[in-house]
Ligand binder design. Structure first.
Ligand SMILES: *[C@@H]1O[C@H](CO)[C@@H](O)[C@H](O)[C@H]1NC(C)=O
Ligand SMILES: *[C@@H]1O[C@H](CO)[C@@H](O)[C@H](O)[C@H]1NC(C)=O
Ligand SMILES: *[C@@H]1O[C@H](CO)[C@@H](O)[C@H](O)[C@H]1NC(C)=O
Ligand SMILES: *[C@@H]1O[C@H](CO)[C@@H](O)[C@H](O)[C@H]1NC(C)=O
Ligand SMILES: *[C@@H]1O[C@H](CO)[C@@H](O)[C@H](O)[C@H]1NC(C)=O
Ligand SMILES: *[C@@H]1O[C@H](CO)[C@@H](O)[C@H](O)[C@H]1NC(C)=O
Ligand SMILES: *[C@@H]1O[C@H](CO)[C@@H](O)[C@H](O)[C@H]1NC(C)=O
Length: 331
């Protein structure tokens, strides 16, 4: 049993050692072996013969490359790899796509002509050769992305939306009326199994006008600091302005400071006085549009809450009411 296994193993090893680039001396008409090689690499085409062989030649299609030791090919990449009584092999360096095709080892033994065929397959890793540039579009625009790839065998091309993870087959990705939530990165992946896939990222920026998301009426106490906040989503990022009723507040106003961070602007009161109570408007704009929202800096005691855009009128009423009551009480 052990012996059988070891013989089998030896056979297997022998077969493996021969490798795919081994060309058996076989009768004409035998379905050719394929040898697969990457573009740019070297390959040895082997032909097994025996001492009875008197004439031998290697051909590329119908062109003679070698007859015996004599080189016919003018191609410097073609050379004799081995030539003795049992082995007649040639080497092709820096294999090109044009080298793909049938090669024939032709020889004569005991006046019998014999041939061995091998089919050389040249593979080229999939590679992206042209792809859309990063884009900046407005919300609602149609976006067309393309990704061109080459390779042998013909590669597959897939687009992937990195946000949703969804994939789309093919060179072209068409998005109709793009929405702001689709803004993100897309990746083109091309693969033909020859080498790791080639990928390329394309960024699509979706521009949209500002949308004020977070504002609140704020209570404040005389003699204490206070802050009004205005948050806006926008691409490109919004520019902010603050108004007190109809008057634009400037950063140079010593009563207030305006501090604008990426997506929000803060109106800072270092020391609230009576005249600070009132109605403030945050104005956010970019080149696609503008929006505004108003909020109150109010004296505590009255209960406020919720978003101003809905309750501005009501809270304004309460504010003026509480202001008038306090004025009345002071008198
Ligand atoms: C050789 O390659 C061709 C096409 O590339 C294929 O049809 C054929 O089956 C292959 N032959 C062998 C023996 O692998
Ligand atoms: C022919 O060359 C091959 C490879 O170098 C070698 O393995 C083989 O023994 C040689 N055969 C003869 C008959 O010299
Ligand atoms: C094989 O023949 C083709 C077609 O004639 C040619 O383009 C190619 O360079 C040749 N390759 C070799 C290695 O001779
Ligand atoms: C890539 O494709 C675009 C659009 O088809 C074309 O205008 C451009 O010339 C191509 N670039 C290259 C390097 O082929
Ligand atoms: C706030 O302003 C009032 C009146 O101008 C002043 O009396 C008070 O000291 C100030 N408080 C602070 C903390 O600066
Ligand atoms: C503020 O927004 C309202 C609609 O919400 C609009 O009617 C008004 O013109 C805007 N004001 C400014 C200064 O843009
Ligand atoms: C605050 O001012 C804005 C703009 O001037 C106005 O639309 C809003 O009604 C005012 N709110 C209150 C409570 O007065």
């Amino acid at each position: 049993m052990m012996r059988a296994i070891s013989i089998f193993t030896a056979l297997l090893l022998a077969l493996l050692r021969e490798g795919p680039s081994c060309v058996q001396a076989v009768e004409f008409g035998y379905f050719p072996d394929n040898i697969t090689v990457l573009e740019g690499q070297s390959v040895i085409l082997r032909c097994k013969i025996d001492e009875e062989v008197t004439h031998k030649a290697w051909l590329n299609r119908s062109n003679i490359l070698f007859t015996g030791n004599e080189k016919w090919s003018l191609d410097t990449r073609v050379s004799m790899a081995n030539n003795n009584d049992s082995d007649f092999s040639i080497q092709i360096e820096r294999v090109a796509v044009a080298d793909e095709g049938p090669y024939t080892c032709s020889f004569q033994a005991r006046t019998q002509p014999r041939t061995a065929h091998v089919y050389l397959i040249v593979q080229v890793p999939a590679r992206i050769v042209n792809i859309s540039q990063d884009k900046s579009v407005n919300e609602g625009d149609d976006v067309n992305l393309f990704c061109l790839a080459i390779g042998r065998p013909e590669p597959t091309i897939t687009w992937k939306d990195l946000k949703s993870g969804r994939t789309y087959e093919g060179e072209f990705l068409d998005i109709t009326e793009i929405k702001r939530h689709q803004a993100e990165e897309f990746v083109c992946i091309t693969n033909n199994g020859v080498a790791p896939p080639d990928t390329h990222h394309v960024k699509v920026t979706v521009n949209y006008p500002p949308m004020i998301t977070d504002i609140k009426n704020m209570p404040a106490q005389v003699g204490k600091p206070a802050i009004l906040r205005c948050e806006a989503m926008a691409v490109p990022m919004a520019a902010f302005e603050w108004y007190r009723d109809d008057r634009r507040l400037s950063a140079s106003d010593n009563a207030v400071q305006i501090k604008t961070e990426k997506t929000r602007s803060l109106l800072l009161f270092t020391n609230v006085t009576e005249k600070h109570f009132g109605n403030y408007t945050c104005f956010a704009s970019n080149r696609l549009g503008a929006t505004n929202a108003s909020m109150l800096l109010f004296r505590p005691g009255a209960v406020y809450g919720g978003s101003v855009s809905l309750s501005a009128c009501l809270s304004g009423l309460v504010f003026w009411l509480s202001l008038s009551i306090s004025v009345l009480l002071k008198v």
